[in-house]
Write a protein that binds this ligand. Sequence first.
Ligand code: PA5
Length: 433
Amino acid sequence: MIKVDISNVWGQLSLPDLLAVEQEVAQAHRTLTEGTGAGNDFLGWLDLPVEKETEEMKRIQAAANQIRANSDVFVVVGIGGSYLGPRAAIELLQGCNHNIGKGKGNPQIYFAGNTLSTRAWNELQRLLEGKDFSLAVISKSGTTTEPAIAFRALKWMLERKYGTAGAAKRIYAITDPAKGALRQMATEEGWETFVIPPAAGGRYSVLTAVGLLPMAVAGIDIRQVMKGAYEAKVEYNRLRSFENPVWLYAGVRNLLYRNGKKTEIMASWEPGYKMMGGWWQQLFGESEGKDGKGIFPVSVEFTADLHSLGQMIQQGERNIFETMIRFDAPEQVAVVGSDAKNLDGLNYLAGKQLDFVDEQAYLGTLAAHVDGGVPVITMDMGALNDEKMGEMFYFFELCCGVSAYMLGVNPFNQPGVEFYKKNMFQLLGKPGY
Ligand code: PA5
């Protein structure tokens, strides 16, 4: 179980405050699981994790095996909730440089359709030159502009390379089971499809084919991911007190917000966590930021960002709190070497494990930030593996639903996202705008 440690928030809130909010958390959790709150037609994600491998999971694994066998590169096209989860998963477990040394048998994985940058597009084209590739196009609505543009071009490239019939065997569409342009195209062209359940919104879809197909192509054991998520579903919905880390996190962050802490900084100490931070940022930002309310979620990577945002966190406006993410030490250790000249003065660390140095940096930072008036929630995740990652996805989704209901907003809509689109469509001359 994920451990949420709140011993470093006591300077900012008291035990009576926390106890007073327990019934509110309980009510928010009930509202979510009983489906009586706003947006209750989007609760399908609550029951996505299952104990046994489903037929859909078997098909996902079979498709992944095929892609691994016939592709040097796998391109995943999507944006927002149809992009961040799979990228977060792969980078968390395999690092930001996961593509190095990969090819047929264990393909490189790139993401497209999450930008309108011509430079990024040209780079991808260069990358694909002379390579065998397959692609997954992910869009629940099937009409989102960024992925639609990228997909049109990539489909054209596939068809030039393999012919229409050959290309059709390399395109995997992940979309609504019945509605939308992508569903219609897939049916007409005979592409293999996977379903985003209508009752699971984009940012809550990582435990569907949206996340699972790219994970399986990357060689991640999706049965283990689902096992972790399933155990999280059982455990985090069973415990009905502050023993439940979901309750503790949702309760404390709302109390801090009410005490003027309007920004939450999620700090991890793993570069591979960066996209996971991005996934969390979207999950909480899009779910809570509405009706003039919401904790602003910011994700940082330490120690790198201690040299950019560290100053602001230590001495800037005191309207922030931090959530620090920690994992167990890695199995493979690295040790600081000794140097005869010691010109850099580092011999005092010779023989020490890098992870020990990292731990002292963490403890030093924690003490400094708490001294500086920043309440810090610590999440001890345990070992970093496939199963843990499944647990984390479910844990954060559940925390988000409970927390948003405490805040008094609908966690499952995103009406604000439409505003830029309307302006853009008008400027582009899209019919009807
Ligand atoms: O969380 C969400 O619902 C959004 O971020 C969507 O995932 C994003 O806008 C992409 O939408 P679609 O999957 O319909 O292309």
